[in-house]
Design a protein around this ligand. Structure first.
Ligand code: 4AD
Length: 564
């Protein structure tokens, strides 16, 4: 039976008089806002019936028949109706207020649209500055261009933190500048030119550089999107790391990533200065090569006009050939490794700093490495831009004390076995085992200071490493280990005897023919020499306390990622 049919069957209780204007309530099927109070379309609650119809003649459905409401139920209904009246009054008031606000907003918008931002030509001409140089221009009228890094509107004032790559500047817009419609369209990452006077911030308030720009005029150079495409929707704190990598071009604008990249620039500058002080010359070996250095399994090969060629794994062999021509040399060059595993410290492309030093002993090489690393770090910390950034990224960073702790491979095995750290097979370490990443990091993290780990066995190192005089099972090799990262540098003395080098090729199953230019060094005036390679991203991960080397590379390349 339909609802209508059921309603039609409802009867008025016998003997009950229904006066004109009476209303009906069905607490089961009635509806308050939709109902009319008629028998066919009754209200649902007595309270609503009183509220809506204003009558006490209310008939309520009980046991299939309408009966007049009882005195007690009517009393309750009246109370309920009072509540409904108050609620309705409140709703009306809220609607009125909303309408008023909308009207005011429309008026404000209209007024805002009338405001034309113009430059007061009677003001002194603004000098164009970079934010970093701000302190030199206090109390002067300047113009600075950059990106809106942060934006906040508060009581008729607009606060902008401007970023220009050299720093951050707090800027304040007030009066017409704050109220203008143009200002309400500003978004994060919009580019602007802000004109105004640089004022020292009052005591107790802080701002980057200790001053703020009191803006008197500004221009929009490029408006960044609103809505779904807005910068804050593309890059948020909790964005998935792989999405952040897709949006790397935007993520690099963030404070931490850009700080690491600035420290990176300072690192490269500092290490070049250190090489200059040591009298070591910069060289630029090729990236496209036909020889391997660190094992065939990590070579990236490509078709070079029909011949097989590789992206360089290391410039070491080329640097070795340069020593007789140019003296001690170094290079800052991309190296490429087809590393299949995803780890915190492996990239497919990294910036490799390598050096070759002639007529040195193994001890000279170790002392040089210590000096180079400490002097480079000292210079970075003394740099006015990078020094504070390192402190900000890694507040607990301390310059390592010299001399670094020295440990032989064999002593490391004892240490690992004593501390219950197993080898890759889950067993105790034995001579000849590789110390894999996890064990190495556990050791250096526990010891807590940089370690020069030396004298690795022949079989686990590369073909070119020189054997120790006192123990031909091991090589004059060194890995520099840093807490939190592990190996940041690998180096060794090089075999300088021609026949011994050929043995090395044989041991590693490498055809010596393509290496004639390298082997020739041992024929045409051989000399004792050694060198090393430093992983830029690994040093930065240590210095800036980053979890992974990916955070230390502009556009990191690793398995599965070669974009953007
Ligand atoms: O220990 P490696 O493989 O040594 C060489 O390539 C030598 N030929 C260098 C030389 O003596 N001239 O690499 C040297 C350093 C490592 O200590 C590490 O810091 C870094 O290069 N490195 C990597 N960094 C990031 N991703 C990778 N896949 C890396 N492989 C090595």
């Amino acid at each position: 039976m339909s609802l209508e049919e059921k309603v039609a069957q409802l009867k008025i209780a016998e003997g009950v008089q229904v006066p004109a204007g009476a209303v009906f309530v069905n607490e089961v099927t009635g509806q308050d806002t939709e109902g009319y109070g008629s028998q066919e379309k009754p209200f649902q609650t007595p309270a609503y019936a009183v509220f809506k119809a204003g009558t006490e003649e209310i008939f309520v459905l009980k046991d299939g028949q309408y009966e007049k409401i009882s005195a007690s139920a009517l009393k309750k209904a009246k109370k309920g109706a009072d509540g409904l009246v108050k609620k309705a009054e409140k709703a009306i008031k809220a609607a009125e207020q909303l309408a008023q606000r909308e009207a005011e907003e429309a008026k404000r918008l209209e007024a805002a649209k009338q405001i034309v931002i113009t430059e007061d030509k009677s003001l002194p001409e603004a000098q164009k500055i970079k934010i970093l140089k701000g302190a030199e221009f206090r109390e002067k009228r300047v113009v600075t261009q950059g990106w809106i890094h942060r934006l906040r509107v508060q009581k008729g004032l607009v606060f902008i933190v401007l970023r220009d790559g050299t720093g951050y500047l707090q800027c304040v817009l007030s009066g017409d500048l704050a109220n203008a419609h143009q200002t309400s369209t500003l978004t994060r990452e919009t580019t602007v030119a802000l004109y105004g006077t640089l004022k020292e911030v009052p005591e107790g308030k802080s701002a980057p550089g200790g001053h703020e720009l009191v803006v008197d005029y500004y221009e929009i150079i490029g408006l960044a999107p609103h809505g779904d495409d807005a910068f804050s929707n593309k890059i948020a704190e909790d964005t998935d790391p792989s999405i952040l990598l897709d949006q790397r071009h935007l993520a690099l604008r963030g404070e931490s990533l850009s700080a690491v990249m600035k420290v990176r620039a300072a690192f490269l500058k500092a290490i070049r200065q250190c090489y200059e002080e040591e009298g070591i010359l910069e060289a630029t070996p090729p990236c496209m090569v036909q020889t391997q250095v660190e094992g065939g399994s990590t070579l990236f090969s490509f078709d070079y006009y029909g011949e097989e060629a590789y992206l360089t794994q290391s410039s070491q062999l080329y640097l070795e050939t340069l020593v007789p021509a140019l003296g001690d040399v170094y290079c800052v060059q991309e190296s490429f490794r087809a590393e299949k595993s995803h780890t915190r410290r492996h990239l497919s492309e990294y910036t490799h700093i390598e050096a070759e030093l002639g007529f040195v002993t193994f001890d000279d090489l170790l002392a040089h490495l210590e000096r180079l690393l400490c002097n480079t770090v000292d210079k970075i910390l003394a740099d006015p831009v990078a020094g504070p950034l390192v402190k900000q990224l890694n507040p607990n960073f301390k310059v390592p004390a010299r001399p670094f702790k020295r440990m032989q491979y064999i002593e490391a095995l004892e240490w690992l076995n004593e501390h219950g750290i197993p080898n890759e097979e889950g067993e105790k370490f034995k001579f000849g085992d590789d110390i894999a990443e996890a064990a190495e990091r556990k050791m250096v993290d526990t010891i807590g200071v940089p370690i020069l780990l030396t004298r690795f066995p022949l079989e686990i190192k590369s073909f070119y490493m020189k054997k120790c005089h006192d123990d031909p099972r091991v090589t004059e090799s060194v890995d520099v280990l840093m807490p939190n990262v592990g190996e940041i540098t690998g180096g060794s003395m090089r075999i300088d005897d021609h026949d011994e080098l050929l043995e090395g090729f044989k041991r590693e199953n490498i055809d010596p023919a393509p290496y004639y230019w390298f082997s020739d060094q041992r024929k045409y005036g051989t000399f004792p020499h050694g060198g090393y390679g430093l992983g830029t991203e690994r040093i930065l991960a240590w210095l800036c306390d980053r979890y992974t080397v990916r955070d230390c590379s502009l556009y990191p390349r690793f398995t599965g990622r070669c974009k953007p």
